[in-house]
Design a binder for this molecule. Structure first.
Ligand SMILES: [Ca+2]
Ligand SMILES: [Ca+2]
Ligand SMILES: [Ca+2]
Length: 474
């Protein structure tokens, strides 16, 4: 009977936890899962080794892009607006936002091809479809309800790196990447386009009926379920003075302007006639997706609140969602299944680690509380680590998650261990067996690995342990 009860508990728990496996915020809420081109998948904020005086942010959208999905390949939506926000005071309200707006042009409307073979660059007429973007830099003035926005368009008509169709269409895909790496007048670097999904996770092993491959975890034997899939990314590298509260560079980790909070959102028109890609529509814009820390909406926010979470702003997080963080369902599930002794109540340790910031490390200075807000808090004065530890702060590497989030930080393992009670002394080596991305990251801008090409697209031929490769179509 006990076995049966455990099995039933596992089944019930499985249904709740499986979305964790899909990605850090890939298809995490019922509403946004129906709107992939507006769906934030991951947000990263870190200090790059080759750019110590800048905030580097990568914000990704469109979960699970199959590289071969032509002839209408994945793209940003001209009818949506995409944001990266920075809060430099700690109140969960943006102080600087970057808004990306897109416009797609089809050069030859008589062709069905995205590009003719041999397309070599953005000005080549063989590139039949070209998407371009503008960036508005928004700063906010005044307090709370009396805030006003100042909008300055800092980039216009820059090219989006196209989907990597294959070597015959784009013999030199890197030329498009190079052409999409731009530096704005104020020194900000920007790249927008398709990349490999940098998030890595083992759905099957972690939560195959909640079966961790080895309870001791982290043996590197997992399978990266996002391997071979692409996303669309906006990568920004912003000089510190453009994001800090006193408009100055950061002198060190203890400087009063050192900490910034970063998150990303998407907006759509309240009313949109969908007969064209035109941005025209009626009514105001409404936020439909947002993402700060990985996995918060995925496993902390319950199903009934997930769509609301996507619509609301971080300054309301404590009031609306605080109770789910201090009593996380995931802790109870881990206990039911693995008997790991995770504390189930009063989880102020999680609130601090993810939402308030760690004192003397990435907590905003000069703000009471500080309020619990879902932003990725990064201390810009902490120098990048010589050798990154994928466990970040809990691995002794203070330059990593949750002090910011680097591409290589193993947030699945970190969050499993934190929920199991790491910060309260209950150190359980939980993990999904996937320790790194399937492709190495770049050491220079835009850092994310090149996208898998449509020609090489092979999710259907992935080799699984103990199985021969299955050819596509057979
Ligand atoms: Ca603020
Ligand atoms: Ca990947
Ligand atoms: Ca992992």
């Amino acid at each position: 009977m006990r076995k049966l009860l455990l099995a039933l508990a596992a089944l019930a728990a499985c249904a709740l936890v499986v979305p964790l496996g899909f990605g850090s915020s890939h298809r995490e809420a019922p509403g946004i899962s129906l709107d992939p081109s507006a769906d934030n998948t991951d947000t990263y904020a870190w200090t790059a080794k080759d750019a110590p005086g800048a905030l580097t942010v990568a914000a990704n959208w469109i979960p699970g892009e199959v590289p071969a999905n032509g002839p209408n390949f994945h793209s940003f939506d001209d009818r949506a607006r995409y944001y990266v926000h920075v809060d430099n005071t700690g109140d969960g309200r943006p102080d600087v936002s970057y808004r990306f707006r897109f416009k797609t042009k089809i050069r030859n409307k008589e062709s069905f091809l995205y590009a003719l073979p041999g397309a070599s660059g953005y000005n080549d007429p063989k590139l039949n479809v070209i998407q371009r973007y503008s960036i508005d830099r928004i700063t906010y003035h005044g307090k709370k309800k009396h805030r006003s926005e100042k909008v300055k368009t800092v980039a216009r008509g820059l090219p989006v790196a196209p989907p990597n169709i294959g070597p015959k269409t784009f013999p030199n895909y890197q030329a498009f990447v190079d052409g999409a790496n731009r530096t704005l007048k104020d020194g900000t670097k920007v790249f927008v386009g398709q990349r490999d999904d940098p998030f890595f996770v083992d759905l099957g092993a972690t939560f195959d009926g909640l079966n961790v491959r080895k309870l001791t975890g982290n043996q590197g034997e997992g399978k990266d379920d996002l391997s071979g899939y692409n996303i669309h990314s906006t990568v920004l590298q912003i000089p510190e003075r453009l994001v800090t509260k006193n408009h100055r560079s950061v002198s060190g980790a203890d400087a009063s302007n050192a900490v910034v909070g970063v998150w990303s959102t998407t907006e759509r028109r309240k009313l949109q006639v969908t007969d064209s890609r035109s941005r025209r529509g009626h009514g105001g814009w409404v936020q439909v997706s947002r993402l700060g820390n990985p996995l918060v909406n995925e496993v902390v926010i319950p199903l009934g609140k997930k769509d609301q979470f996507n619509r609301t702003t971080p300054n309301r997080d404590a009031a609306l969602y605080g109770k789910y963080v201090v009593k996380p369902e995931l802790a109870a599930i881990l206990n039911a299944l693995f008997n790991v002794g995770a504390p189930e109540n009063d989880r102020t340790d999680i609130v601090q680690a993810l939402l308030q910031g760690i004192p003397m490390l990435n907590q905003h200075s000069g703000v009471k509380g500080p309020p619990a807000v879902d932003t990725i808090k990064l201390n810009l004065g902490v120098p990048p680590a010589d050798t990154e530890d994928r466990f970040g702060v809990i691995g002794g590497d203070t330059a990593g998650f949750p002090n910011g989030r680097r591409l290589g930080d193993d947030v699945v393992d970190i969050e499993l261990q934190v929920v199991a009670g790491f910060l309260k002394g209950n150190k359980v080596p939980l993990g999904d067996g996937v320790d790194r991305n399937d492709k190495p990251f770049l050491s220079s801008f835009p850092y994310l690995a090149a996208p898998t090409s449509g020609f090489d697209s092979a999710p259907s031929t992935r080799v699984e342990p103990g199985h021969a490769p299955v050819p596509a179509g057979g």
